[in-house]
Every structure is written in structure tokens, then in C-alpha cells.
Ligand binder design. Sequence first.
Ligand code: A3P
Length: 286
Amino acid sequence: SIRRIIWDGELIPYYTGFKRRLATIREWDVPDDVIFVTSYPKAGTHWMMKTINILLDAQRKCDGDVDTRVLDSQDFLTSWPFLEEMEGNKLASPIRPSMVVCTHLPRRLLPVKIWENNKIIHLIRSPKDTAVSLYHFQKARGVGVGTFEQFLQRFTNGEGAYGSWFDKELDWWTHERQNPNVLFMSYEERIKAPEESVRKVIRFLDLENLPMDDNFLQNVVKRTSFESMKNEDGRTLTKGLAMQTGTFCRKGQVGDWKNYFTVKQNEDFDKKFFEKMKETDLAVMF
Ligand code: A3P
């Protein structure tokens, strides 16, 4: 199973040297132009990272000519840094080329300075599909997940890799929903309205040199489609994340949970969802 630690009251997975780094993460003097992508795992984090990198590259060229080779696939993991794995005092240099940092860390553990000027895209996905996706991901990495039923029980009880999906999302919603520097975007919204979602990201990041016509947006959507990512970056990720079976780009669909949840599991899950999340209007995002 996954090694985890409790840090300042938060349940998080353990990475090598993590404790030492965690102490410095909150103090990091983050440059204002670093964009953060935050999520509970499996919300489509890599999909968003890829999209932003393509947009930033196009912005740099200022001609709207989208080049998918912005980053060589081998650079995929290192160029799109994961805050959990970054070396505290070396943070500034490796992020320069991409200016995007992703993290699954709980909100409270993020660098304090990002709440001043940094833009944060917070991704969210239906917890049912999140659970199914995480189940497959962990299984493929040889984590002893047990049956789906056992996994779901732990997920619902908040024993997932990054603690409770419910608590984390409630926390984000409660504290950042009104924050103009935080864009909440759902996986479902991206699937339903891909071009509109890209437009939203462009506006939010103030990438005003970019064209926002249909042609450009369709091009970005095509370059970040499930099929194209599956054949390129997906392969690198499958390897880089040491997945022994299956592929990182697994299914890329909304509603796959219906193939896994029994009627009873679904009822119990809905009950828990509405109990926990009743103060929010999160459900409209899925
Ligand atoms: P599934 O397991 O449901 O297929 P993360 O990057 O946060 O770990 O999220 C991984 C999930 O996003 C997986 O979901 C993966 O297949 C999906 N995904 C990856 N790239 C995608 C894309 N271009 N379009 C849609 N879904 C994508």
C-alpha cells in the first residue's frame, strides 16, 4: 500500500525527502507569474498541464501557431514540475521554461505567497469517476487496492492517497470559490465544452495575445485530445509513473462509474455526498 504521513493535520503520501521539503514549501518565495494547477488526483491534471503549456508556447510565439513539440515527451515529467517532488531551494530555476506547477497538496500546505498574486486553476471531477480512475491507477502501479468495493469504502471514508476527497473539495470551495485568482474547472465541463473551456483558461490567464477564434481553439482541443495524448504523453506517463498494467490515459470519459458502482453503492455514495457537500453547489459542475 501507499506510505503516508500526517503533516500538520493533513494526510498526504510520503515521497523521499518529503518532510524536509514540506517544511520549505510553505515559505517558497514564488514568482508571481508561476501558474498553479491544483487538484485531488485524477481530475485531469496532466490534461490541463498539457493545455496550458501549449497555450503558453503559442503565446510566446504570438502567432497562434500551435506546436505540440513545445516539450519533448521525455521532458514531460521534469518540465511540468510536481510541487511535492521539487527541491525547496531549487524551485525557481527548473520552473522557468514552463511556469506551471502542479500539486495535489491540500490547500493549507501550499506556499503562502501564492495567495497574493499567482493564478491558480483548481480542477475538480465527479468523485465517482475520480474514485474509479484512482482505483485503476493505483492498481496499475501495484498498490494493493483490493476489490473495487474495498477501495470505494476507503475512498468514501477519506482514506484515499490524499485524504478525503470530500474534505479537500469542501475546503477549496469554502475558502476560494470567490477568489478571482482561482479558476474552478471541472473535468466534465472540459469534456462537454472543450473549446469554451480553453477560452476560459485563456481569459483567466490573461493570454491576450492569443487568438480566440474557432480555428485556434479547435486546434488546441485537437492537440490535447484524449487520443492524441494517449499516443504521446500518455506513453511517457505510463512509464514514468511505473504503471505495470494499463495506460495512464485510460478511458477519458464521463460516467464510467456506472460500470462499477452497484445501485446500493451509488445510493450510499450520494447520501454521503449530499451530507458532506450540502452547503455547496458543486454538484452542478459534474
Ligand atoms: P480515466 O482514468 O477516467 O481515464 P490526472 O492527470 O489528474 O491523474 O487524471 C487522469 C485522468 O484524466 C484519467 O482518467 C485519464 O485518462 C484522463 N485524461 C488524461 N488525458 C486526457 C485527455 N486529453 N482528455 C480527457 N481525459 C484525459
